[in-house]
Design a protein around this ligand. Structure first.
Ligand code: GTP
Length: 596
């Protein structure tokens, strides 16, 4: 059976090229919202942090109706650190819309996501977005995208992909640049005509591969996946087949089944071939499980989840300021919150340590962990974090291996020298260098993940905020030896909200610090400009105090408590002898200030 009434698509793009805006517009124009209803901007990003950073973190499902057909749309995460998610959601769809900014053109993440779609033989609709931008150069961008297709060994058929020009912001799309823009209709039509309807046998044995997990306080874990075969019904007895371990298979009864409509889930009694469904009531459901009918249960092969490469300790905030800013300060609070996160984030790992004051949290990169930290702070958790450390492995011969990232960098020509120098110091190896458009140089590096810790903030300063840095996990490689950081002159001032967060990681690296010009701060903060000697106000909490038990550390901590004024030289001296550690209230306050 061919489900002409369904299309399943994913929207893929480089960060900020406009996926979320496009999906919002498709929702509005398909009448998912009544016209008199005020539509919140960027409805897709329900999570605050996502909204603020503009990065879509978790893949989200939504569905719109067009001419009687239901279009299931999956918004994918825009950052490489969350790359595993992209691959998994692509397994649910029959085609993708590749959104490319009409000015920025093809970017590293464009290539990364396009490769994944082409590897899975998915039809691609190329959507050149932001054509309203005055500097838009749609024709050149089309050539760049075609070059990408060729680079990636696209088939004849894939090279024939339809192109569409859009301004998601204005809610219009056209098939040819000269056409009069009216609405998103040309895009809706292209989706219906070009993306194949899902096909299968509704009477075959049931198979639903669980591709994402949602979590809700009231109903618990919710598995989301596509009905690949057969039909799934409420009250049906099924087997939940574990992708890796048949001993973990379990018999369950389907109690609640939902489909997506707009941004909501609606309960249904049954769903068949091609439908994207959500299933609640199975506490032990995991990504990669296949729901099968009991007769001949067969799992669907499943995309492996990317391993964590970086770890940090989350530590109970033992400073005398604990409880001033946040609601949740105890070890129990911290523990419960971290373990709850595991319900929805499969690339995350949380481990107990010898002390209940501290938990080891591992993730898929700096950004991944920084998003979790920010989320928790927003919710009122107060805690400290240790410096980030990469997770090493050992090969059969006992040789040490470390995670290597591939970094793609676009910088104004005049800054390329500095960037190359800095990354080389950090054991980066230049893989390629090319002149990009508009006075930009494009660089490609292979660099140990630890070499990137704390680098983003420095990069933004070195390129005056005009550089673009993207990293993709490349794999484990031989350990590259110690990295010698320059001890002096690496103080940086951050002024944007975005950079503050990266500053946080800078602080956890030897000799590189938090900055906040003119800010009054309580902990681990040092103000200064590159090379400039400025007075700073600082109250430092040392790591060892925080990891010790409360009673033995409180004396030490109190002695350091009153804010001290240090000169830049004193600060550098201090940093060479002690590890700096960031404590919650300061950053919270700073962020608040910036957001206000
Ligand atoms: P991530 O979720 O971070 O991957 O970003 P995204 O691809 O979802 O991009 P998003 O929709 O958040 O848009 C990024 C920025 O581009 C926002 O500031 C949008 O307002 C802007 N934008 C999106 N579409 C258009 C467009 O058609 N024209 C113009 N001028 N700006 C647009």
């Amino acid at each position: 059976m061919k489900r002409e009434d369904i299309r399943n698509i994913a929207i893929i793009a480089h960060v900020d090229h406009g996926k979320t805006t496009l999906v919002d517009e498709l929702l509005k124009q398909s009448g998912t919202f009544r016209s008199n209803q005020v539509v919140q901007d960027r409805v897709m990003d329900s999570n605050d942090i996502e909204r603020e950073r503009g990065i879509t973190i978790l893949a989200k499902n939504t569905a719109v109706f067009y001419n009687g057909a239901k279009i299931n749309i999956i918004d994918t995460p825009g950052h490489a650190d969350f790359g595993g998610e992209v691959e998994r959601v692509l397994k649910m769809v029959n085609g993708v819309i590749l959104v490319v900014d009409a000015f920025e053109g093809a970017m590293p993440q464009t290539k990364f996501v396009l490769r994944k779609a082409l590897d899975l033989d998915l039809p691609v609709i190329v959507c050149i977005n932001k054509i309203d931008r005055p500097e838009a150069r749609p024709q050149e961008v089309i050539d760049e995208v075609l070059e990408l297709f060729i680079d990636l060994d696209a088939s004849e058929e894939q090279l024939d992909s339809p192109f569409i020009y859009a301004s998601a912001k204005k809610g219009v799309a056209v098939l040819e640049m000269g056409d009069t823009p009216e609405s998103m209709q040309p895009l809706f039509e292209t989706i219906i005509n070009y993306i194949p309807a899902p096909e299968g046998d509704p009477d075959a044995n049931t198979q639903v591969l669980i591709s994402t997990i949602d979590y809700n306080e009231y109903v618990g874990r919710i598995g989301v996946g596509k009905v690949d075969n057969g039909t799934i019904k409420v009250n049906q007895e099924v087997v939940l087949v574990n992708a890796h371990d048949p001993n973990k298979n379990q018999k369950v009864k389907i109690s609640k089944l939902y489909e997506f409509e707009g941004l909501k889930k609606v309960e249904v009694n049954e769903a068949t071939i091609g439908a994207i469904v959500a299933i609640s009531g199975i506490p032990d459901i995991h990504i990669g499980d296949t729901i099968c009918s009991p007769e001949n249960p067969e799992p669907i092969p499943f995309q492996k989840i990317s391993e964590p490469t970086i770890a940090m300790d989350f530590i109970v905030n033992d400073s005398p300021f604990a409880g001033q800013e946040g609601k949740y300060v105890t070890s129990r609070h911290l523990r419960d919150r971290l373990f709850k996160e595991l319900n929805t984030d499969v690339s995350l790992r949380v481990e107990e340590t010898e002390t209940t004051e501290s938990y080891k949290v591992s993730g898929r990169g700096e950004l991944h962990l920084s998003v979790l930290i920010e989320n928790m702070r927003r919710e009122g958790y107060e805690f400290a974090v240790s410096k980030a450390e990469v997770l090493y492995k050992y090969d059969e011969k006992g040789k040490k291996l470390e995670p290597i990232e591939r970094a793609y960098i676009d910088v104004p020509d005049e800054f390329s020298g500095t960037v190359i120098e800095k990354l080389s110091q950090r054991k980066g190896e230049l893989q390629g260098m090319a002149n990009g458009s508009g006075g930009y140089t494009r660089l490609e590096f292979l660099i140990p993940a630890r070499g990137l810790i704390g680098y983003r903030g420095e990069f933004m300063t070195d390129t005056k905020g005009n550089g673009i840095l993207n990293t993709i996990f490349d794999g484990y490689g031989p350990y590259k030896g110690d990295i010698q950081y320059r001890k002096q002159g690496s103080l940086i001032a951050f002024e944007t909200g975005e950079a503050i967060t990266y500053g946080l990681f800078n602080a956890q690296e030897r000799g590189t610090l938090f900055i906040s010009p003119g800010e009054k701060v309580y902990s681990g903060m040092i103000v200064g400009q590159n090379g400039k000697s400025e007075d700073i106000e600082v109250n430092v909490c040392k790591r060892k105090q925080l990891t010790n038990t409360r009673s033995s550390s409180s004396d030490e901590a109190l002695r350091l408590t009153p804010p001290r004024i240090l000169s830049l030289e004193q600060a550098l001296e201090f940093i060479e002898t002690d590890e700096l550690l960031e404590v919650t209230p300061t950053n919270l306050r700073m962020r608040k200030k910036i957001l206000d």
